[in-house]
Design a protein around this ligand. Structure first.
Ligand code: SDX
Length: 393
């Protein structure tokens, strides 16, 4: 039709949908899941309870939570035949590539998930399977990187403890799971659980809007999250901090590099499309850094560098003018590392946390019968021209 199109690169000023799941106020640095402030959920709730809240819309009663927990536990095993192609991945291949492939492959092993006209009951079972198998798959990837055998799920453990046991546990002996690690993991997963229409969530929604199955939609979201401008930033931050440490820790030098338009270097973990104030998650994680490292008796030199870098940036006009503050990725890697995770696993941990948000948004999009996503463009190519036979070219 002849109607005009408004160009909005990166959808900086475009609302793609309505949603009742997560509320952000970028100016005030406010983040709420289903109306509950992130500060309260991070300090009082558990990741499993937040999963329930995001997907079903209310804090579960004791019975609802117990039923949910047991339902999830019944699906924590992953089809053994998935190992046949999983074993083909090089052991040092990037975990995000393995994760998106494995999650996408779930549709092959659970074909009932392919029915776009599934009943609510059937759709919910697919959601439960996705939630239950993600920690198992993530632990497989970590074990492969070490050349260690996988540890099977233990259904007598809660969701996060089970994940830590599959990841750091051994076939040969039981390990003592440090409650500090379980508490820190719960907090980090809660803080990553949803964030309205960010790049990867928008990807999950648009893929799901074609009636593609949940596993395919989540696999696409994992791929979008991988980028260093998005979830991949948590890995890029630690790599950046290590580089600054090895370079002598001169923060001003690196701040100037980040400001130099001719230098591609960016201060990773800084800036945000929505938050033009502190990212409330970064505040909580920064505080948790000190507490967790102290309790674990770990002194990580990059923590001091991160704090120096933050202070220098917050006093620099370039960053102040552009309202660039630390985001969720700036301090999270320091805790992941203290818990024993290698840098390459950090973005996979972001995906594990973001999974319930992706699922809740996908479910809302389906429930609201949103139309298939199909934006327009402004054409800037050739005007019409006639075909020329190859003999005349
Ligand atoms: C996440 O959207 C979400 O909610 C994402 C997330 C979630 O929970 O899902 O919060 C998770 O992805 C957090 C962001 C992680 N990414 C990084 O830390 C990478 C570094 N940050 C930037 O690349 C950037 O800040 C973005 C990608 C986060 C936001 O990019 P925008 O909104 O498109 O902003 P922009 O790139 O247009 O930057 C505006 C200005 C530019 O300068 P000018 O052209 O105006 O002179 O600020 C500059 C940029 O050059 N700038 C930076 C910078 N971030 C922005 N300069 C130096 N270092 C930076 N980190």
């Amino acid at each position: 039709e002849t109607g005009y199109v408004t160009l909005d690169r990166g959808f900086k000023n475009t609302g793609a949908t309505t949603s009742a799941i997560t509320y952000l106020d970028g100016e005030k640095g406010v983040l709420r899941y289903r109306g509950y402030a992130i500060e309260e959920l991070a300090s009082k709730s558990s990741f499993v309870e937040v999963i329930y809240l995001l997907i079903y819309g209310h804090l579960p009663s004791h019975d609802e939570l117990e039923t949910f927990r047991w339902t999830v536990r019944r699906h924590t095993l992953v089809h053994e035949d998935m190992k046949k192609f999983f074993d083909g991945f090089p052991s040092k291949s990037h975990p995000m590539g393995q994760l998106s492939a494995l999650v996408g492959a779930l549709s092959a092993f659970y074909p009932e998930s392919l029915n776009p006209n599934a009943t609510d009951e059937e759709e919910n079972l697919t959601i439960i399977k996705m939630l239950a198998k993600m920690p198992t798959i993530v632990s497989w990837i970590y074990k492969k990187s070490l050349g260690h055998p996988i540890v099977y799920p233990s259904n007598n453990l809660d969701y996060v403890t089970n994940f830590i046991n599959m990841t750091f546990g051994q076939r040969t002996e039981d390990i003592d799971i440090n409650p500090v690690a379980v508490s820190a993991m719960n907090t980090l997963l809660i803080l990553h659980a949803d964030h309205e229409q960010n790049c990867s969530t928008s990807t999950v929604r648009i893929v799901g809007s074609s009636n593609a199955n949940l596993f395919a939609s989540i696999s696409a979201g994992i791929s979008a999250l991988w980028g260093p401008l998005h979830g991949g930033a948590n890995q890029a931050v630690i790599e950046m901090l290590e580089k600054i440490k090895d370079d002598g820790g001169d923060c001003d030098k690196w701040i100037n590099k980040a400001k130099d338009k001719n230098d591609p270097f960016r201060l990773m973990g800084f800036g945000h499309r929505v938050y033009k104030n502190f990212d409330p998650r970064a505040k909580i994680i920064k505080k948790a850094c000190d507490e967790v490292l102290d309790k674990l008796g770990i002194d990580d030199p990059v923590l001091e560098i991160a704090k120096k870098l933050e202070a220098a940036a917050l006093n620099d006009q370039y960053f102040v003018d552009r309202k660039l503050y630390p985001n969720v990725d700036f301090y999270s890697g320091i805790i992941y590392r203290a818990l024993g995770f290698p840098t390459e696993m950090f973005t996979v941990l972001f995906a594990l946390g973001r999974l319930p948000g992706w699922i809740a948004q996908w479910k809302e999009m389906r429930t609201n019968k949103e139309p298939i996503g199909r934006p327009r463009q402004i054409y800037t190519g050739e005007t019409e021209r006639s075909y020329v036979d190859i003999s005349n070219r």
